[in-house]
Ligand binder design. Structure first.
Ligand code: PLP
Length: 382
């Protein structure tokens, strides 16, 4: 790989570069090597670091520290949430309501509940690619024990009406457990426990300039969730296993370093989103695939006549890094784009362009210079 200074990284929905504070946090967590469960000073020092990170995550969400449980990442958080809800409630009531645009970390555990006998209602976006709060609320009945819905879709950036739907569901059906995958919204949009009305929230550190391999699950106080990972009883017995102090410290440090300027970053991301739209219009061959209510950080575009993977690898040679659809799908065709009513002719030519706090207009200029030369050089492939 060439010098990092010229790398144009526009794949921040897949993962982000750890910030300096996170790297320092990880090092600190390695130096303080005790086991947080040990009763002696080495253990207490490590436990203090974990508590400090827990405090940072709790403060960022507006919840109690005791409501934050560290996990290995959002996939584990969502599995814990979904299977935990099933174990605690699913014997008496058996309906689950979700959407057709969830990340596999939510969709696959829910598929498994279906195999175990649950009735799963999956709500699709309407003809405009929008999921309304009403469509979710109307699918919930007395038999429902879980509603799971993401805040920001990882392929289009679409914002789903989580707060509105969950608040109404809680009013009508107080026993229903609500879960939100907040991975692409956390630290990017003003995410607060109160406004989401969620009982369970999944978070990931590596999408917010923290390390891979850690994340958190928010569990509303008073909700008892059975454990998925059992063992020594760490994380109040919800998630056993010695805490990864270095990764948790890195996570906490990333949260602290981002917490202060969320609105400024959001404003900058909105500006970049508009700039991207201008560049698409200027180019003529490039179009935005989703323009409904969305997060400015995640953008889906299509470049007519150039297959996603061909263009992705062409850009890679110029040190410009983007994603084709969703990185998690590893090149597999994405059903989610079709659910959002992305035109069929755009489906094979989709690129996901996702921003971070460090993205600049110059990065987008470089992207479009790359696209233009691909359009000229690869014209024979069209
Ligand atoms: N949910 C969404 C929306 C995501 O984008 C991702 C990662 O791509 C995940 C869940 C999984 O997160 P993790 O990598 O922390 O397991």
């Amino acid at each position: 790989m060439k010098g990092l200074s010229v790398l144009i990284y526009l794949d921040n929905a897949a993962t982000t570069k750890p910030c300096d504070a996170a790297v320092q946090g990880i090092l600190k967590g390695l130096e303080v090597f005790g086991n947080p469960s040990s009763l002696h000073r080495c253990g207490v020092d490590a436990e203090l670091l974990v508590s400090d990170a827990r405090h940072a995550v709790a403060e960022s969400l507006g919840c109690l520290e005791e409501e934050i449980y560290f996990t290995s990442g959002a996939t584990e958080s969502s599995n814990t949430a979904i299977f935990g809800a099933f174990k605690s409630q699913g014997k008496r009531r058996h309906r689950v309501v979700t959407t057709t645009v969830e990340h596999p970390a939510t969709a696959r555990p829910i598929d498994e509940l279906e195999r175990l006998g649950c009735e799963v209602v999956r709500i699709s976006p309407d003809e405009n690619g929008v999921i309304s709060a009403e469509s979710i609320i109307d699918a919930v009945n007395e038999d429902t024990f879980l509603v799971s819905m993401m805040l920001v879709n990882n392929e289009t950036g679409a914002i789903l009406p989580v707060g509105k739907a969950f608040a109404a569901i809680h009013r009508r059906f107080p026993k229903v457990i609500t879960h939100c995958d907040c991975v692409q919204g956390y630290m990017k949009l003003p995410v607060r426990v109160k406004t989401l009305s969620a009982d369970l929230i999944s978070l990931s550190a590596h999408k917010i300039h923290g390390p891979k391999g850690t994340g958190a699950l928010y569990v509303r106080k008073g909700l008892h969730l059975p454990a998925l990972v059992m063992g020594g009883g760490q994380e109040k017995d919800l998630r056993s296993g010695t805490e990864s102090v270095p990764l948790i410290c890195g996570f906490g440090a990333a949260v602290k370093s981002l917490a202060g300027d969320l609105n400024d970053r959001l404003e900058r991301a909105r500006h970049l989103e508009s700039y991207l739209a201008e560049k698409c219009a200027e180019n003529g061959g490039a179009t935005l695939n989703y323009t409904g209510e969305k997060s400015p950080y995640v953008n889906s575009i299509s470049v007519a006549g150039l297959k996603s993977e061909v263009l992705l690898h062409y850009l890679e040679k110029k040190d410009i890094y983007v994603s084709s659809g969703s990185a998690c799908s590893k090149g597999k065709k994405s059903g989610v784009l079709a659910e959002f009513r992305i035109p069929v002719q755009n489906m094979d030519t989709t690129l996901r362009i996702s921003f971070s706090a460090e993205t600049t207009e110059a990065d987008i200029d470089a992207l479009f210079d790359g696209i233009k030369s691909a359009q000229a050089e690869l014209a024979h492939l069209r």
